[in-house]
Ligand binder design. Sequence first.
Ligand SMILES: O=C(O)CCC(=O)C(=O)O
Ligand SMILES: [Fe+2]
Length: 211
Amino acid sequence: MSVYLQASLLDQGDEIRIGSLAGTVRTRLVDGAWVDVRRGWITGADALFERLADEVPWQAERRQMYDRVVDVPRLLAYYPVDEPLPAPELARMRDALSAHYAPELGEPFVSAGLCLYRDGRDSVAWHGDRIGRGAREDTMVAIVSLGAPRDLALRPCRRDADAEPLRLPLGHGDLVVMGGSCQRTWEHAVPKTTRAAGPRISVQFRPRNVA
Ligand SMILES: O=C(O)CCC(=O)C(=O)O
Ligand SMILES: [Fe+2]
């Protein structure tokens, strides 16, 4: 499949650069959750975006919903521990994240999940990454966003009915790390948008047995 970014979304230059994580900003959330944000962590990632969009063996996601199997509107590829990633730059990102978070996380990021949101109609519904240890333990999920900007929405599981979710706009090359209790005490989603949205690729790095 071939998808193209609007020229206006692209950063200049074709040399990919993985920035420092020193300037990462942490926001503490209720119930022991937090999010770290590092805007523009990756620069010069246009060619990487195109390569992933074209070469990753994207699969439609199917999910059991009660008595039927439904299509989830986005495409996926999953790289478990020890499976080679589809681009060497992704391994560099994973290793940089593992090194930066090692003192706090105590283990490396090992798997990568890639999602392709083809346009504003693709989305993922409210959920926590609770298959595995995220259901019981504090952990981290690091997301690198490439391509068109989309919002990552976040809301606590314990909330007032009228509470507005947080919306974290994620642009080309931005990093967000959900940490602490975020996967079990909060939910996140990528809502549909009626704004003209080009394709976006999300790369999620997770520790062993977090999904
Ligand atoms: O698209 C994103 O950045 C979020 C993806 C996500 O939450 C998931 O696949 O578990
Ligand atoms: Fe998730």
